[in-house]
Design a binder for this molecule. Structure first.
Ligand code: ME8
Length: 645
């Protein structure tokens, strides 16, 4: 039977704006998937979005849409980015899909029936942003050990999965399967974690607190804890448990994740699988963390490394290459334009680009662009041919280890050899004599063949550039059609093929341009292009002056666009003590329907005024810049009519 290869990425929180961190994991999985396809394996590559939980519910309420509408709109950002990045995923799972929900509920019912899940009253600490429970000793200086934010003490009846009983065999499994958790440092981290007693896992949330989740099949007053739901995505894509077992795609070959979610994967997921009666994945690989110019990726830095912007500026394949070449998979890395430009110039332009351009140019010059039939052999040929044999076997071994940067170093070692081969044989000299020409055809044939071979090995990393390289060499078949087998023997490139010297695939970024790019990135990093055109600060007022203004929270009950106006919307706002009619200039930024149910801040003691003949009894607070208007709001609920100071 054909070998099966199943690789996954985390399913990303649908609320997140995809950034290079998400792209990193997804590109790594894609490169692996593509390589295994070239080997002729049947590959399943899964990515998707994690769509339940408190954060989604809160964000939807804030936007005044239902959670379902919210996730339907937002998940597209990931799908679109993956398309731009040439990601070849087999499927894109969303945890709000029916088939997934059914599998989660079947598994829950089965575990409950078998006594693996029980009800209990929990008293302890809860971190709302992380949606996780902690014991007193888990806390770090009284705060959430994961995000460092404040935790709340709660007492709640919930359902628990008997995770604690799995501790001993799990430690044993990790020790006896050295490639189960990788890299080694992460394996040790998890073994360290397992030295402390393992608690049972709370897998429910009362509906009174959170309704956006999969209802527990045995108690409809609760929804499923978002991680218990999300992890099941890796199997639910293949159906219910019996189908998963016979799908040939379980156990997964690799779960690729970032180091932030190592515990949930190696502990929660492993114990869940054991209880479900499924094998553990063959490998969980937790890669390192990207920072930007030495800083944590944040909203303010986002404009520097927005993936779409990077693609527009440098091209898809350059980013794919850079992310996997720059940092050993498993270690932390730092993104900077300087490093990116360095790689483009040294690796892509000077090495690969140069090999391609000079080979094609010489074939054009000496053979009218037609790949010549090899002539006389020479002493330089064999080392080049021998090199590719060791490189291909090393690459194969390194793919098992997911050592992407080492794989690229191997391939670049081969490109170096091909460039050295050209330098040593000096075709420009051979072209000068009839005797030399007998050898010239061999040298240029071999150089072109080296590029063909590189186009196969590099295709998983840079799919569209490799297609273009092959197009320039006049090869009509794709790498996918030819497969890895096509590089087993030297000499598959057909002599007589017409080549094409098209665009330069990897142009150098000259110093002047590089300087400009880096200056712009620096400006972006300090937020110049997101800062408002700042008005000078208004004249000082005393606190007494300020307190004369009465700001109140209000909930929008009704909203209606004023017909003859582009900007105005008529609102009915409930400020607790009374209801107000307010005319607000926000129609260009918000649809009327989107506003209903939103909490806003109203200047409640402003003298009524008429706008387009309609009385406005107050003013809604909003921030603006030349391009947008954003309503002021709160990050937590407040009763209507609360005073805002
Ligand atoms: O954790 N550097 O989703 P998430 C490197 N929904 N990788 C990064 C990164 C960075 N700075 N930032 C994010 C979740 N990542 C859950 C997963 S799985 C059943 C549920 C990548 O949107 C990395 O792969 O927070 C990390 O593990 C993942 O995005 C977290 O994505």
């Amino acid at each position: 039977m054909t070998e099966r290869f199943y690789i996954t990425t985390p399913i990303y929180y649908v609320n997140d704006v995809p950034h290079i961190g998400h792209a990193y994991t997804t590109i790594a999985a894609d490169v692996s998937a593509r390589y295994h396809r070239l080997k002729g394996e049947e590959v399943y590559f899964l990515t998707g979005t994690d769509e339940h939980g408190q954060k989604v519910q809160e964000a939807a309420v804030k936007r005044g849409v239902t959670p379902q509408q919210h996730v339907d709109e937002l998940h597209v950002r990931f799908k679109e980015l993956w398309q731009r990045f040439d990601i070849s995923n087999s499927d894109f799972i969303r945890t709000t899909e029916d088939h997934h929900k059914k599998v989660v509920r079947t598994i829950l019912q089965d575990l409950y029936d078998r006594g693996e899940i029980y009800q209990d009253t929990y008293e302890g600490w809860y971190c709302t942003p992380c949606e996780r429970f902690f014991t007193e000793k888990d806390l770090k200086e009284g705060n959430c050990p994961d995000c460092g934010r404040k935790v709340e003490q709660i007492k709640e009846t919930n359902y628990f999965f008997k995770m604690s009983q799995h501790q001993d065999w799990l430690i044993d499994h990790i020790n006896t399967n050295p490639t189960f958790v990788r890299p080694e440092s992460r394996k040790n981290e998890i073994l360290g974690f397992l030295k402390k007693p393992l608690n049972d896992l709370c897998i429910s949330r009362p509906k009174a607190r959170l309704s956006w989740g999969i209802p527990l099949p045995f108690d409809d007053q609760y929804v499923t804890y978002v991680w218990f739901d999300a992890l099941i995505n890796y199997i639910s894509i293949h159906g219910q448990v019996p189908q998963i077992k016979s799908s040939g795609y379980w156990p997964a070959s690799h779960h690729l994740i970032g180091k932030d979610i190592l515990t949930t994967h190696s502990v929660y997921w492993s114990t869940m699988l054991k209880a479900i009666g499924l094998e553990l994945p063959k490998n969980i690989f937790a890669h390192g963390w990207w920072t930007v110019n030495g800083q944590k990726m944040s909203k303010s830095l986002f404009n520097v490394v927005e993936p779409n912007k990077l693609i527009d500026q440098f091209g898809v394949d350059v980013i794919r290459y850079f992310l996997l070449r720059e940092v050993p998979f498993g270690l932390d890395g730092d993104f900077s334009h300087k490093a990116l430009i360095g790689r483009i110039n040294s690796d892509l332009a000077n090495n690969l680009g140069n090999l391609l351009n000079r080979t094609l140019n010489m074939i054009k010059k000496y053979y009218d662009g037609v790949i010549p039939e090899p002539g006389e052999n020479g002493p330089e040929d064999e080392p080049l041919k021998a090199k590719i044999k060791t490189v291909t076997s090393e690459v194969d071994r390194l793919f098992d280890e997911l050592a992407f940067n080492k794989i690229l170093m191997q391939i670049w070692g081969f490109l170096d050899s091909a460039n050295t081969y050209i330098n040593d044989t000096a075709p420009w000299n051979l072209a000068k004599s009839d005797e030399g020409k007998k050898r010239l055809s061999t040298v240029l044939y071999n150089a072109a063949e080296a590029i063909r071979i590189a186009s196969v090995l590099l295709q998983p990393f840079m799919p569209s550039s490799c297609d273009k390289m092959r197009g320039q060499l006049g090869i009509s078949t794709s790498v996918e059609q030819d497969g890895l087998a096509s590089i087993q023997n030297w000499g598959a490139l057909k002599a007589g093929t017409q080549t094409e010297t098209g665009d330069q695939l990897f142009p150098r970024i000259e110093e002047k341009e590089a300087k400009k790019i880096m200056e712009e990135a620096e400006k972006d990093a300090i937020g110049e292009d997101t800062a408002v055109n700042v008005d000078p600060i208004a004249e000082q007022v005393t606190i007494e002056d300020f307190m004369k203004l009465d700001f109140r929270t209000g909930v929008i009950l009704e909203a209606e666009k004023i017909k003859k106006s582009k900007k105005l919307i008529k609102l009915k706002v409930d400020i607790g003590i009374e209801q107000r009619q307010v005319v607000a200039g926000i129609a260009e930024a918000y649809e009327a329907e989107q506003l209903i149910g939103r909490t806003i801040v109203l200047v409640a003691n402003l003298k009524p005024a008429k706008l387009m003949g309609i009385e406005s009894q107050g003013m809604v607070l909003a921030g603006s810049d030349p391009d947008k208007i954003v309503l002021a709001g709160f990050d937590q609920e407040l009763p209507k009519g609360s005073r805002v100071k």
